[in-house]
Design a protein around this ligand. Structure first.
Ligand SMILES: [Zn+2]
Length: 189
């Protein structure tokens, strides 16, 4: 079983650009990733599958609840989907993956997904980022091999137009699903 998390939701829009909300982009991506996994026989647990969130409207309880769902899920992997904050560095673009890079499964999962995304000719690969440098709550307290994918910058026109294009976004989601499935196949050997 895989666990998929579309970041933010409900009261929390995440990063925004004009009228585009991170929470909507991540939900669309997660639904497409989950659909492909399920079509290939891999059940998926979602922290949310709509804009309704079951937890209270504050960030600490929100993230605590997501980690609890993950730790009790019996899943093999945890994948959290984000778009990057506009304000990180102006002019930034590309995708990157955060995780505990001392864990072998985390590294192979991250590399498998980046290798798949690199085939798209989309934006740029910003590489693996070790969350120990800057701990992220959903990863730090998560018992599963867990990663956080920053899929692109909404403030980057290049990234935004790609992620807002339904057809391109679907292919992007499929590539993430393929990287997840490749890792699960390797783990089961
Ligand atoms: Zn986010």
């Amino acid at each position: 079983m895989r666990k998929l998390q579309s970041a933010h939701g409900g009261y929390d829009a995440g990063s925004t650009y004009e009228n585009i909300y991170e929470k909507d982009v991540t939900l669309a991506l997660v639904k497409d990733i989950g659909t492909r996994l399920e079509a290939n026989g891999y059940p998926v647990v979602y922290t949310r599958d709509s804009d309704e969130v079951p937890w209270p409207g504050n960030e600490v309880e929100d993230l605590t609840e997501r980690v609890r769902i993950s730790n009790e899920s019996g899943a093999k992997l945890f994948v959290s989907i984000h778009t990057n904050a506009a304000e990180v560095v102006n002019g930034s673009y590309g995708y990157e993956i955060w995780g505990k890079m001392k864990e072998d499964t985390v590294v192979s999962l991250s590399k498998n997904i980046l290798t798949e995304l690199d085939t798209l000719g989309y934006s740029q690969n910003r590489g693996l980022k070790d969350q120990n440098l800057s701990p992220i709550q959903v990863l730090q307290n998560n018992k599963l091999p867990s990663i956080l994918i920053e899929t692109g910058f909404l403030a980057s026109e290049n990234d935004r137009l790609y992620l807002m294009d339904e057809t391109k976004r679907k292919v992007f989601a499929d590539k993430i699903a393929d990287g997840i499935m490749k890792t699960l196949a390797e783990e089961e050997k």
